[in-house]
Design a protein around this ligand. Sequence first.
Ligand SMILES: Nc1ncnc2c1ncn2[C@@H]1O[C@H](COP(=O)(O)OP(=O)(O)OP(=O)(O)O)[C@@H](O)[C@H]1O
Length: 742
Amino acid sequence: MRVDVDGDLGTEQRYLAGLYARLDAERARAGAEHTAALAGDGERAMDRDVRVRATARRMRQLDVADHGLCFGRLDAQDGERRYVGRIGLRDEHDEPVLIDWRAPAARPFYTATGAHPEGMRRRRQFHTRARRLVGITDEVLGRPGEPGTDDHGDAALLAAVNAPRGEGMRDIVATIQAEQDEIIRLDHPGVTVIEGGPGTGKTVVALHRVAYLLYTQRERMERHGVLVVGPNPAFLRHIGRVLPSLGESDVVVTTPGDLVPGRHVTAEDPPAAAVAKGSLAILDVLAAAVADHQRLPAEPVALELSDVVVRLDAATAGWAREEARASGRPHNEARAVFTEIVTYVLTERAASRVARGWVTRDDRDAWADLTRDLADELHADAAFTAALDALWPVLTPEGLLAGLYADPDRLRAAGALPALFRSTGDAWTVADVPLLDELVDLLGRDPAVTREQERAAQAAEAREAAYAAGVMEILTLDREELDEDLGVTVDDLTHAGVLAERFDERDTRDLVERAAADRDWTYRHVVVDEAQELSEMDWRVLMRRCPSRSFTVVGDLAQRRSPAGARSWDAVLDRYVPERWAYRSLTINYRTPAEIMAVAAAVLAGFAREVTPPESVRASGVRPWALRVTDDELPAAIAAFVRDEDGREGTSVVIGPPGTPGAVPPSGTKGLEFDAVLVVDPDRILAEGPRGAAELYVALTRATQRLGVLHRGPLPAALAGLAPAPEPLRSCAGGHRRAGAG
Ligand SMILES: Nc1ncnc2c1ncn2[C@@H]1O[C@H](COP(=O)(O)OP(=O)(O)OP(=O)(O)O)[C@@H](O)[C@H]1O
């Protein structure tokens, strides 16, 4: 039973005012702590940084809590009352006055129903404007003798889903639904797949799950961080506000094209190349391409040393190559093995000739001196280095891949499809990113660069050690003052370097900064959105980034657009977590009104009959429309739609095939939503490629309120039931044509 309660408004407003007073007091305290942290008070710079960051985080959390601080109240059957809100607050006696929505005690606020009251008697929802309470809705849960109700919370929910969309996605923390709550709190440490049709809240639920995990497992999550991977930068901007609005900002958010630090890739391959690069079969091609650079000389290479000429022949290079490959080291690191064997053979050969008549092998010291001198001479010889570079060159991932794509012979030799050919100047594509990442492992580090980095690291370490030595001096003066955080006692410290290493671990750069810059960073948890688009090779990269295999995977196979994407979750996941992943589905569409969803469902039935479309949570009473226009009329009709929408609240978009004036292609709107959507030339979207129907389905389901269709060709059969266009659109088409008129 649902009741709008006015009588208690005054009492609840006073309680709410009390909560805001607590919030303000907390804020003042956090502000003072932050100021003190900034001042530092003589503590070490590292400690100061840590404290400044912690207090700044607390201030951020308190700031965001101001908006919609308290969602409502739960009354238990035993008379206990709990107020549930964005954060937890305690009064001056340390009694809880507000429970964080993520705490176990808050759970019934989202999950209790008339049929399953979970020990609760009443759920009361607050409707607030700024700090003012403007309304209350009560639901009585399973009171003896009273009929229960299952459709809880729909007043607040409907207000939330009907609200015009603004900049980006909002959090749903006040109106999380029971099926969503179950996923947010799911206690499954491995891979969880969330599948559901468009608008079912997959993305928003996954983001709330991140906030929940950060709350319940803060220690573990904070050290290694969480990675959120989304389809494109527009999507990342769209979801960008959700985690900060929940008080969480230590999360790395990126696209598959940005997974290799320092590289921003957006270009896409034609379908055949995307499929070839996305498949695991490309691993053999990469291995063969690397092997193709490990060569034997066609003719022996003559190397002139001061007293003798030696020849590097195919047999010597062949033995060295075999040993280097057998070493199991990555290519660049195995060059040392190759060099060592070749050096050994050539110096032995040279020595036996140079030494003839005055030193024998039995004279070990003299022989060793001689070969060492010859090796030095060889290594200083430019011709020798040139021979090594020809037979076992140091390779970079970019150099190797660009060289492979640009050379049909190399492609053929590596067993790759000719479709991978491209001229050298072309930009990298998103499908190249996992290949470049793979090659980092296959090639290993360039020993020269590694040496340079080691030198720089040693210099930094020396500086730290000097600093630590200063700290030790202070510590030995007063053993009592040893910082417990360091986890050592003075007696443990035999060398200042040990202390320096401990400082190193406490790098105070932001996690987001450190993780995003480090290709070898591993995360505690990874969220993958629009996961149906990822190729087998993309999954390899992500699994490398999260060895603990803790994933929230969000997707909808019916919306798959990429030809290299997933066809089933088993096919993607069984390789990494066989039969150990959890699957949950969402079935209610919170975005698209029933009138629009009916149209999208007809398109879905055309290409995925076995998939059940999600059920809309509301109808809007507004029918989607269609209007046929000529080539000449199209720009004016689009302009009329844009003008009309400019006069309304909310957001709008024009979606059309490439070349449509002012339009975004369907792929650019993945994961996004708008109050009004105009789809142009649906027949051309359908004809665009093998996944055209999925693209049209995505385009139609972006609308939260209004949908219109402009078409120059015949209207696809699935859209036949659309209504005539409203004014002022109709007048753009001469005002005489009707929707769908051929
Ligand atoms: N419990 C809820 N309360 C209020 N709004 C909700 C709720 N659940 C979802 N929504 C809203 O529904 C819309 C769709 O959510 P979301 O984008 O997460 O769906 P999705 O399943 O990822 O869709 P798609 O597959 O089309 O990208 C968003 O505006 C979201 O805020």
